[in-house]
Write a protein of this length. Structure first.
Length: 218
């Protein structure tokens, strides 16, 4: 994925430090994810990011841990839109830019965590990758079979118009996989390997994905 938003940093402009926001989901490059922020520490994190690079590091907490341990690989989300609400909450839209590896964590005085990060393993996130059509078609067939199996409808015209990376990386966000599986998809070294793994996970998944599939008509 080569970011095409005019204000997005180049790879060499990415900062050495990020504020971290843990959540039970995996943001990937070119994925879009809405956040609702309300606590004082969350709002302080947002203001800090807005005043700096407009980047927030999205990370997943490790399952079965109660000590706040997080996975060491996350994805930076750029603040695209935000809306203030009268009740004190903020609605924020993030777009995934590039993955990173945490080197060191620090606790900020305002209650959120920051981290020194390393981007060097993920320069690939700033480039495009062509995935073999056989692999893509196998993924779409598996996805279609899943929807049919669970009596779910999707607008395939919408899905088919999307670039492979955007389609796959946004589906990771909204499909009800466990945290470990989402982290494996996030850490897949290439888009091709992510699509292959995602196909295997969908083929083996037994419970419904969504109340309504992406692109479906309400």
């Amino acid at each position: 994925m080569k970011p095409n938003y005019p204000l997005t940093q180049s790879f060499d402009e990415l900062p050495e430090q990020l504020p971290l926001y843990p959540m039970d989901n995996a943001l990937l490059p070119d994925g879009e994810f809405p956040l609702e922020l309300s606590s004082s520490s969350d709002l302080a994190l947002f203001i800090s990011a807005l005043r700096a690079d407009q980047l927030i590091g999205i990370v997943q907490p490790k399952p079965r841990n109660t000590d706040g341990t997080i996975y060491q690989v996350g994805c930076a989300g750029r603040l695209r839109q935000y809306r203030e609400r009268k009740d004190g909450r903020l609605n924020v839209m993030l777009t995934g830019i590039c993955r990173f590896r945490i080197i060191e964590q620090q606790q900020h005085k305002d209650g959120y965590t920051t981290a020194k990060v390393d981007w060097s393993d993920y320069k690939i996130d700033y480039s495009s990758e062509d995935v073999d059509s056989i692999i893509i078609n196998r993924f779409k067939k598996t996805l279609r079979d899943y929807f049919v199996r669970h009596n779910m409808q999707a607008d395939w015209k919408v899905l088919n118009r999307q670039k492979t990376e955007r389609m796959v990386n946004n589906l990771v966000l909204i499909i009800n996989l466990d945290i470990d599986s989402k982290q494996k998809l996030l850490e897949a070294p290439t888009l091709t390997k992510r699509v292959i793994l995602f196909t295997e996970l969908l083929a083996n998944k037994a419970d419904p994905i969504l109340a309504s599939a992406p692109g479906s008509k309400q």
